[in-house]
Design a protein around this ligand. Structure first.
Ligand SMILES: *[C@@H]1O[C@H](CO)[C@@H](O)[C@H](O)[C@H]1NC(C)=O
Ligand SMILES: *[C@@H]1O[C@H](CO)[C@@H](O)[C@H](O)[C@H]1NC(C)=O
Length: 227
């Protein structure tokens, strides 16, 4: 009888452990990263409009990146599940305007989305299918409404310089959580608003405080270039 209940306990413990393993998403949170096209384009490298045309004067999605609380991140998690454009046909027109590729030569965005899914998206496939992954990023962008948060605070993309703390406070108004900004430099060497990081829980649906901050390199006054 003793042995029998031991075995039952062991079996229960094993199946609970197996369930926990299955349910663990394999990462701790997402960075949702948006980029300002004006800052991407006015560097010495330059940019090319996508074949679908010049994107709107708005933040574009760079990616939705699974991360660890320890600061590292998983990448290229499942080569058996490569990007399949047929799964996101219904999202294509939204992706073209909201997740555009500005690299040269001009492209239709497919290689950008392929890279993002294969490198980052596959690391969240226990939670999000390919379609759900791209849909989640589009939803996060509209939820964050970052450009509106900035312009409502008088921070407009008109080549003026703004106080970094004011920029961060304005973005926080839109999401309820701290954001982080990365800068790049334009051809004249001015630091400018380039990328915005916001953290998201493992469902891909809710903004959270960042468990770990991304690298930050902006001075206290930054340019917001036009696009
Ligand atoms: C840019 O916009 C801000 C806020 O609307 C305004 O205060 C500033 O004067 C503008 N700068 C230029 C160069 O037009
Ligand atoms: C930016 O804003 C902070 C907080 O309001 C303020 O302490 C700081 O002096 C400002 N910096 C500039 C360059 O205006």
């Amino acid at each position: 009888m003793e042995n029998y209940s031991m075995i039952i306990k062991l079996l229960v413990w094993q199946s609970l452990a197996a369930m926990a393993l299955c349910q663990s998403p394999g990462f701790d949170f997402f960075y949702f990263v948006q980029q300002w096209p004006g800052a991407y384009c006015d560097t010495s490298r330059g940019c090319c409009n996508p074949t679908s045309g010049k994107p709107p004067s708005d933040f574009g999605i760079h990616g939705l990146w699974p991360n660890y609380n320890s600061g590292g991140y998983p990448s290229n998690c499942d080569s058996s599940n490569p990007f399949d454009p047929s799964q996101i046909q219904d999202l294509l027109s939204q992706l073209q305007t909201q997740w555009p590729s500005l690299t040269c030569p001009s492209s239709d965005g497919t290689s950008f989305w392929t890279h993002e899914w294969n490198k980052h998206g596959t690391c969240s496939e226990s939670v999000l299918t390919e379609h759900a992954y791209f849909a989640a990023a589009l939803n996060l962008k509209s939820q964050a409404n970052t450009l509106a948060s900035l312009t409502n605070a008088g921070i407009t993309p008109n080549n003026s310089f703004y106080n970094l703390s004011d920029v961060l406070a304005a973005i926080k108004q839109g999401t309820g959580h701290d954001a982080y900004v990365q800068c790049n430099t334009d051809e004249n060497g001015n630091s400018q608003l380039y990328q915005i990081y916001i953290c998201v829980d493992t469902t891909g649906a809710n903004f959270i405080e960042c468990p770990v901050a991304p690298n930050q390199n902006c001075p206290s006054s930054i340019e917001f270039p036009s696009f």
